[in-house]
Design a protein around this ligand. Structure first.
Ligand code: S3P
Length: 443
């Protein structure tokens, strides 16, 4: 365990670029592995989660290498061309990696066994096994549908039309990726739209994907199976979910002004921007441009006097990974903030609802947790002086280090290594802006 401690910080200033988008990095490697020819990826996130995906795809027969110029080259095997791995695929901490790869393995006619760390092994996998069983795939899982899981890929996949019971881009993507090696039309209906990187990237690689709005405000995505995917160049923008940490830090540390260059601004990911703007945040977007089939822009953020608001459940899918850092912004705001529709937070890298509530309480913030909501009282003058259990959850770790930049006494987290899942270089980047994060005592 490598503890980190974060202390009250002077103004933050400077311009930085955050590492590449995690969701897009996983998908670029996966689609590259199933394409014909070469895929060249620039800006790939070189974090533990994404490196686990690269290793798994190599074990499934794809050739993947990192050139000296930092470009990743993938030589794919074509749709349906992956081969049985010789050993168990360990996806570490990454839910996206394991769920999407289970979709891919589901329609390849061999057995693939997946494992993960203690966090991933406690997360529910039935949500992907359910629809994949309808396609003809078999599974052997630990009790409660948990990892380790062996996927018995079907040699004769059946195309399905599946309505998502939970708003989940991972489940949607698992079904669509299984649909790649399935004849006919595979359809996913999502009542609440979730991040659409898979659909966008499939189209970029040459698949036929039709996206229709439903009359209830949802989406219906239809993929024509067994396309020939063609290797493509992909440029991965900065991860909005990573940018959220320096962004909120600049908002809550007095006199700060920070520029974040080249951040992905997919509208299904940026619910936090709208929320913070409603709270009174001064954030401006410059130089908005398309890159790799996704909108990208530069953000300028200035310290702002934030006020508490109610964030409706309907916005949760567009900011699902941002609640830990939003809770920090709410603690530093004036007045009450109510966050609704948070039941999915219970099945993330940790039970984030409890982790947020417990950590804020330890830092001296008044917070109330229900089954699916949080109410946070922003009163100013947060005591801090807490030691937080990061619970193998990178976003809990980073959120509380940001809180420590604005509390009277420092905040320590027990495990900074978990941050490498999504944001390698977090401490150095934050310190380059003026933060004071250093190795902790671990006591
Ligand atoms: C992701 C989807 C989300 C998100 C995760 C990344 C993706 O999970 O929390 O960090 O890349 O598809 P769910 O699909 O479980 O909501």
């Amino acid at each position: 365990m490598s503890a980190l401690i974060s202390s009250l910080s002077g103004p933050l200033s400077g311009a930085v670029a955050v590492p590449g988008d995690k969701s897009m990095s996983h998908r670029a490697l996966m689609l590259g592995a199933m394409a014909v020819g070469e895929t060249r990826i620039s800006g790939l996130l070189e974090s533990e989660d994404v490196l686990a995906t690269a290793a798994a795809l190599r074990a499934l027969g794809a050739e993947i290498e990192r050139a000296e110029d930092g470009i990743w080259r993938v030589f794919g095997r074509g749709v349906g061309g992956l081969v049985e791995p010789a050993s168990v695929l360990d996806l570490g901490n990454s839910g996206t990696a394991v769920r999407l790869l289970m979709g891919i393995a589901a329609t390849h006619p061999f057995k693939t066994t997946f494992s993960g760390d203690t966090s991933l092994s406690s997360r529910p996998m039935e949500r992907v096994m359910g629809p994949l069983r309808l396609m003809g795939t078999g599974f052997t899982a630990r009790g409660g549908g948990r990892l380790p899981i062996t996927v018995s890929g079907t040699p004769a996949p059946i195309p399905i039309s599946y309505e998502l019971p939970v708003a989940s881009a991972q489940v949607k993507s698992a079904v669509l990726l299984a649909g790649l090696n399935t004849p006919g039309l595979t359809t996913v209906i999502e009542p609440d739209p979730t991040r659409d990187h898979t659909e966008r990237m499939l189209a970029h690689f040459g698949a036929e994907v039709v996206v229709e709005e439903t009359s209830q405000g949802g989406r219906k995505i239809t993929l024509t199976g067994q396309p020939e995917l063609i290797g493509h160049d992909i440029s991965v923008p900065g991860d909005f979910s990573s940018a959220a940490f320096p962004l909120v830090a600049a908002l809550v540390v007095p006199s700060s002004r920070v520029e974040l260059a080249g951040v992905g601004l997919n509208p299904l990911r940026t619910g936090l921007l709208l929320t913070l703007q409603e709270m009174g945040a001064a954030i401006t977007i410059h130089n908005k441009r398309p890159e790799g089939g996704e909108p990208v822009g530069d953000l300028v953020v200035e310290h702002s006097a934030l006020r508490g608001i109610t964030v409706p459940a309907g916005r949760a899918a567009s900011m699902i990974d941002e609640y830990p850092i939003l809770a920090v912004a709410a603690a530093c705001a004036q007045g009450e903030t109510r966050l609704e529709g948070l039941s999915e937070l219970r099945v993330k890298e940790s039970d984030r609802l409890t982790a947020i509530a417990k950590g804020l309480d330890q830092a001296g913030v008044e917070v109330n947790e229900t089954e699916d909501s949080l109410t946070i009282q922003g009163t100013g003058g947060i005591p801090g002086g807490a030691r937080i259990n990061a619970a193998l959850d990178h976003r809990i770790a980073m959120a509380f280090l940001v809180l420590g930049m604005a509390t009277e006494r420092p905040i320590e987290i027990d495990d900074g290594a978990t941050i490498d899942s999504s944001f390698p270089g977090f401490m150095d980047l934050m310190n380059s802006l003026g933060a004071a994060i250093k190795p902790g005592t671990g006591e």
